[in-house]
Design a protein around this ligand. Sequence first.
Ligand SMILES: Nc1ncnc2c1ncn2[C@@H]1O[C@H](COP(=O)(O)OP(=O)(O)OP(=O)(O)O)[C@@H](O)[C@H]1O
Length: 236
Amino acid sequence: MIAFDTVTYAYGDTTVLADVSLTIDDGAFAVLVGPNGSGKSTLLRLTNGLLVPDSGTVSVDGRIVSENLVAARTAVGMVFQHPRDQFVAATVGADVAFGPENLGLDRREIDDRVDRALAAVNMEGRTTDRIDALSGGEQARVAIAGALAMEPTHLVLDEPFTGLDDPARRSVRDQLRTLSRDGTSIVVSTHTPRLVSDQADHFVALEDGRVRLVDEFDSGLKTPADDPQDSRVQEG
Ligand SMILES: Nc1ncnc2c1ncn2[C@@H]1O[C@H](COP(=O)(O)OP(=O)(O)OP(=O)(O)O)[C@@H](O)[C@H]1O
């Protein structure tokens, strides 16, 4: 379980999250929505200790994140908004292997994890492909594979559909659905909640530093209007 308990976070004088309390159960599929600048990325980065609350606590599987960074980063796989920013190697296989290598696993286990992670995103056999030669959708899937190779219990993705065309969005969406069905909890921030509304257990709406948890897809949820799908959402 990922739990926020009265979490406040500010950048300088600007408070982005104010007394946020929220739990995301194991195996849940949670969708985080909110206007531009509402704090979605900030909230996600608190889940694995990239940011530390000014007050309150964030815990993962019962452990306070800031006190157990290794445990949190093992349990929470993070996929950043721009996949290119998170690649560390030139080829698919080397990049996906990077995390498990840092866990000090033996070579065979690393290779097995890379194979499983690439299979989970329909990229099996692509280990020698150069990342800079992949399409945006393929890069997004490799970024997810990199997180999966750590075998996290929770997968947190920051706007994984941004910049993808419709087939690539659907492909990434389908991978998330499969992972969710296999028991991984998913927390995904998106400007296009309609894309994942069928599989979401709940929506977390972020506005003015506060969260509102809703179980049903709510046409009143505020999302940025920079995407045609979102305009429809805002208009209900
Ligand atoms: N490193 C930083 N320093 C100062 N202010 C920041 C920093 N990062 C984010 N902010 C500000 O904090 C607020 C929340 O940013 P955040 O990126 O969490 O929002 P978001 O909901 O993810 O936005 P978007 O939908 O545009 O990606 C914004 O006003 C942003 O300008």
